[in-house]
Write a protein that binds this ligand. Sequence first.
Ligand code: PEP
Ligand code: MG
Length: 594
Amino acid sequence: MVSEKTDIAPDTILVGIGASPGIAIGESYLLDRARARAVERPIRPEEVEREIGAFLDAVSLSKKQLEEVKERVADPQMAEHLYIIDTHLLILEDQMLVDDTIRLIKENMINAEGALKRVLRRFREVFDRIEDEYLRERRTDIDSIGDRLLRNLIGEEQQSLTEVGRKVIIIAHDLSPADTMQMDKERIIGFVTDVGGRTSHTAILGRSLGIPAVLGLETVTGVVPDGLPIILDGTNGTVILNPSPETFREYLDKKQAFEYQERELLAFRNLAAETLDGFRVALRSNVEVIEEIPLAINQGAEGIGLFRTEFLYMNRFTPPTEEEQVEIFREIISKMAPHPVTIRTLDVGGDKLVPEIDLSDEANPAMGLRGVRFSLNEVRLFKVQLRAILRASSYGQVRVMFPMISGMAEISACKKFLMESAEELKNRGIDFDPEIKIGIMVETPSAALIADRLAREVDFFSVGTNDLIQYCLAVDRGNEHVAYLYQPMHPAVLKALQMVAMAASEAGIEVGICGEMAGDPLYALVLLGLGFRELSMNAPGIPRVKQILRQVTHHDGVRLVKDLLKMNTAGEITSHLEKEMYRRFPQLFSVQPI
Ligand code: PEP
Ligand code: MG
């Protein structure tokens, strides 16, 4: 497959972000999409009106183009995502974008391109300051709209993906959601970009379409020429340029194995997550944004085990209103029906910062005013959300969950505000489910230690292992220097999990896990053995965990846990577990443990 015409060495490897899994082998198609260049120049007073007119024309033309994209989208799978285009249409109507550009033209006496460029720069700066990955990625929506506007202003045609006439792998600086949405899987077998990350809309759409993608390669458009043989591995984020015949054969095998496994896993989609001895586990999805719902359904999620509402507060400067929240919750509930949706109240603080809530000067944010501590301090905001959750409960099965609970008093306070909110709705004559299930995240060591008492106060527990491990082991979950100490299989963590599961079982309440551990196939048997009845994870993890659960018994898990609990170190436990899982599922754990 090596190309004769290029001076790129055979098997040159580029590493980026694996944004959509799968392997594509084919020829590159370089999309000439360097960002539109805008030149700022001063204007004379008599030119002001003309520049404003040109800007408003570009806004109208951009809207028209996006409306046309909406009409052209043929893939029914993509219909679910058309609201992304609506989001872009809304950006075009944003007062800040339109009014500020016009104001800059008038006040600074500069041309429309220059004024627009300055406004876009300001938008980008705001987004760049955001720590949260998902939100920061929303900058790409602004970039893509800004680029369209600038091109329309300058009168520069954009090379369109619909012109691609043969099977290719697209290489582009960036792809807008509008581009991705129109991709025809028969012709575009993969895509690679300079910018973007795992949670960009383009990545989400790529996963939804099942087109492998590697993003964030920074300079790929400067390196890869048109028509070069390449291999893209969207699972581990690599792109191999000019593959040698050996590499080509190796990846052809990998591609076949991947596609075979995917087909096998899909066969599990509509089957229950039930063990050989009839122990039923609910596999649910964690969701941050509504875009993830189609994927959750597609992977067979039996509901949402964790809806992280903080994301509703993040891409804006004022908190969402009660109505706005009800609307979003209602949409998720109706899409997931008849399955339950667990809505977690705002969990800001720690590493999750929201623009309008200034918590940045805390010396120790992970132990500061985060989760329910923040909500109990900001009762007005808290009650707006509680009313929205209650109202949403009239549309389907909803459960409300409180994060970062560290003691009984916090549960009492949360329940008091929930009751007050219910009373307010009753007075307004608004419907809600008076029997709404109330649960807590168990993610602080104090909550785990008094789980028996907390269990008497709530309907369910969901263990947040991401935080529980961090607080149990005193290891910052985001600090790479101590990452080696972040050990899910530390005996202390195992013991804490056992205590929580036992406390729930004795009190007869439901118990699940919604931290990352729940979606890691390595831990499926352990969590089953500990007695967790709900595992909530990122949707793509569901089929593999289900595959494991369907081939073991509950008793297998209990026996394994018994053995693990006798061991003294995380290393010992992990190594024993890895060997056991490899022995049982060599095809799933393809690397043999040492
Ligand atoms: C957790 O802590 O495990 C959890 C699921 O919550 P988050 O990651 O949002 O803190
Ligand atoms: Mg947490």
